[in-house]
Design a protein around this ligand. Structure first.
Ligand code: ADP
Ligand code: MG
Length: 230
């Protein structure tokens, strides 16, 4: 499979123009194949979130290049970047950031509301289908506050898929869930990967979960320490 993401010699220095700049990523190069299911592990503070934010164009590298779908994002304007993110990348975070006063269905449709795109019947059908895939069709009219933690994370997963992105980036998506729910959520992500051929890059501190991926990349002090493909 061709690469969908390519990172070339990424360096990241926080506080570059301050008294104590901190370098967190060092000449890091990494590629991800289309449709692959990857996990990123590493100690707290090793640079995983920084790496994922740069990969998702939410943050800029101090130097180096990020290619998404063959396009170099380093030269893109912030408008072009948000368009690229909207069309190609879905995000899942540890804290799902659902809007509590909206229903599950409304939360899944939120990316459309925010970008003021019309919610056509096709979009509505897709939202319903996604809620069905994550096992929540019966709860779609529940307010987000009336769902369990695991159910809320399922809504966040459905929401991340609403634009049919080619890439899903997840930063400790089960970090605050119990182990049974964690297992179920990972099985669900895997199912989505197989069904839609979505590329997944998932940060986790759970080794057992990481081992379910096709590939494990370990970051240590801002460098790649291990890169194992099954
Ligand atoms: P991880 O996700 O692996 O725990 P992070 O990427 O969040 O690691 O952080 C890596 C290092 O960069 C840590 O030492 C952290 O304190 C530092 N860091 C993260 N974000 C910032 C920031 N915005 N400004 C300064 N330092 C930061
Ligand atoms: Mg982190």
């Amino acid at each position: 499979m061709p690469n969908i993401v390519e990172l070339k010699k990424i360096n990241k220095i926080y506080g570059e123009k301050t008294q104590n700049p901190t370098q967190v990523l060092f000449d890091l190069s990494l590629n991800f194949e289309e449709s692959s299911f990857n996990s990123i592990i590493g100690q707290s503070g090793s640079g995983k979130s920084t790496l994922l934010n740069i990969l998702g164009t939410l943050d800029k590298a101090t130097s180096g290049d990020v290619f998404i779908n063959g396009r170099n994002t380093q030269e893109m304007s912030s408008n072009e970047l948000s368009k690229l993110r909207n069309e190609s990348i879905g995000f899942i975070f540890q804290f799902h950031y659902l809007l509590p006063e909206f229903t599950a269905l409304e939360n899944v449709l939120m990316p459309y509301r925010i970008s003021k795109k019309p919610i056509t019947e096709e979009v509505l059908n897709r939202a319903n289908e996604l809620l069905d895939i994550v096992g929540l069709s019966k709860r779609k009219n529940n307010l987000a506050t009336n769902l369990s933690g695991g159910q809320q994370q399922r809504v966040a997963i459905a929401r991340s898929l609403i634009n049919n992105p080619k890439i899903i980036l997840a930063d400790e998506p089960t970090g605050n869930l119990d182990s049974d729910t964690t297992e179920q959520i990972y099985d669900l992500l895997r199912e989505i990967n197989q069904r839609f051929k979505t590329t997944f890059i998932i940060i986790t501190h759970d080794r057992h979960i990481a081992e379910k991926a096709d590939r494990i990349v370990e970051i240590l002090d801002g460098k790649i320490n291990l890169d194992i493909t099954k």
